[in-house]
Design a protein around this ligand. Structure first.
Ligand code: GDG
Length: 452
């Protein structure tokens, strides 16, 4: 059997202990543990002034060979910052107003995809199967096909896909959809994304419905639960526990991104404090929000806005011995995070749109089965269809968030256990491992059935 070749924009450094916060790396790392042999190809995260196709750097680590290339500053700006993060990211999260289209960025995006194809091709072996990840690389299969690559190529989109009525606002929508025909199989997170993408592809070309499938990503719940149990006595976890004096904790963990609905969430918490004053001086809300894409203006603005909102809420409600919101913009170590989740009485996950949201699943996995916390979850997260026993809220409605938080904080242990058992069953059924296995089995099938 041939190797699995993973291609993603960014390739994690296997030697880095403090892994960067991000769902794709977390999901894939969990899934890869069971793969016998694998090549992982993509951008190293570094920049170079060398113009021309770079030579990939190879680094073997266990069963995985990491092959990485740098980008020039111009490629980084046009392909990564402007087109991927400034155009596709807002568009796919239904935020047309934040999309800044520039034709030169589109050209740069296409050119970097072609450069990825040219530098990857010499590393490929006859029986390889290729799995491309995420919106940075929509046109990659077509670029590989143009170089004569005939291997089966699958694609997985980690973020949502909008309906045609929105997607058609992208000036190069037709060309992108046309290029995506070159994939043998395309996976998305939910049935809604599947419908949306298939309709877009069908409008442009004859597309077989079986080419686009919903294949929700998960975590490794057993390993994460163990991590949470082990970290219960860690120094930072102890410090947090002691600082709370047996009072309840709400936790939120998100990359600092406008799709995560942080401003709306803070306003929902403020509404809780306004409408349910019995929680004053008792509840603490800890928000971990590591800075992400800090070089992009929209993200800097968001950060300023959140600093202001947190300051305002704390200023209005704090007492000399109580800070209602603790707000951390530095990343927390993964194991410490697991312990924080376990300690928290409420997991608060309210994105305005999210492909899946692994934090919701991590929160469930980390709970103590005898005394689990309650999950408050946006119905617009990709995880919502699977996690129906969470308290589902509309993230745009501060009162809805406040009511759900109050319900979660006052919920009986019996009800928490009942809901958690159902949620836990769900996350144990759909894991990172089953996600990768299911997708790859479908991709192999497409080869056997001759569509590859
Ligand atoms: C994309 C899609 C989809 C966060 N802060 C810290 C930290 N994290 C970790 C979490 C979690 C991951 O980052 C975030 O995953 P999400 O799924 O919530 O979100 P995205 O990064 O936006 O991921 C998303 C995902 O891909 C997978 O397909 O679900 O919809 O947007 O694992 O724990 N980790 C550490 N410190 C932090 O401070 N160590």
């Amino acid at each position: 059997m041939g190797r699995l070749v993973i291609v993603s924009n960014r390739v994690p450094d296997p030697r880095e202990r403090n892994k960067p916060a991000g769902g794709l790396a977390v999901g894939l790392a969990d899934a890869l543990r069971t793969e016998p042999r694998c090549l992982w190809f993509g951008w190293s995260g570094k920049q170079t002034d060398f113009v021309g196709d770079p030579e990939p750097s190879l680094d073997e680590h266990g069963t995985v060979t990491y092959a990485t290339i740098p980008l020039t500053p111009q490629q980084h700006r046009g392909y990564y910052q402007n087109f991927s993060n400034g155009i596709l990211w807002p568009l796919c999260h239904y935020r047309l107003g934040l999309m800044n289209y520039g034709r030169s960025d589109w050209h740069q995006y296409l050119e970097v995809n072609r450069m990825f194809a040219r530098t990857l091709k010499p590393l490929l072996k006859p029986d390889d199967i290729i799995w491309v990840h995420d919106y940075h690389l929509f046109p990659l299969a077509q670029a590989l096909r143009e170089l004569g690559v005939t291997a089966p190529i699958g694609f997985f989109l980690h973020i949502p896909f909008p309906p045609w009525s929105l997607f058609r606002a992208l000036p190069c929508a037709d060309a992108l959809l046309e290029d995506m025909q070159a994939y043998n199989l395309i996976g998305v997170q939910t049935e809604e994304d599947c419908q949306n993408l298939w309709e877009c592809m069908r409008i442009e070309n004859e597309t077989d419905a079986s080419k686009v499938v919903a294949c929700p990503i998960g975590i490794d719940p057993v390993a994460f639960a163990e991590e949470a149990r082990d970290s219960d006595n860690g120094l930072e976890v102890k410090r947090l526990r002691e600082s709370l004096h047996n009072e309840p904790l709400i936790i939120g963990v998100d990359r600092l991104d406008y799709s995560k609905g942080l401003e709306e969430r803070f306003l929902g918490y403020e509404r809780l404090l306004t409408r349910y004053p019995e929680h004053h001086r008792h509840v603490t809300y800890l928000q971990v929000a590591p800075i992400s894409r800090g070089e992009v203006e929209e993200y800097r603005q968001l950060r300023r806005q959140l600093d202001e909102t947190v300051g305002r809420i704390n200023g209005a409600f704090a007492a000399c011995d109580w800070t209602p919101i603790r707000y951390l913009t530095r990343p927390v170590q993964r194991q410490v995070l697991a312990g924080f989740y376990r300690m928290a009485d409420v997991g608060l996950v309210t994105p305005l749109r999210d492909g899946m949201n692994l934090v919701a699943k991590e929160y469930v996995a980390a709970q103590n089965p005898d005394d689990p916390g309650a999950l408050v979850l946006s119905h617009l997260a990709g995880a919502a269809p699977e996690l129906g026993e969470a308290l589902l809220v509309n993230p745009h409605d501060a009162d809805d968030i406040a009511d759900a938080l109050h319900q979660a904080l006052t919920m009986s242990r019996e009800e928490r256990k009942r809901r958690w058992n159902a949620l836990n069953l769900e996350i144990r059924n759909t894991t990172a491992g089953t996600w990768a296995r299911d997708f790859l089995a479908m991709l192999h099938r497409s080869r056997r059935e001759g569509t590859a």
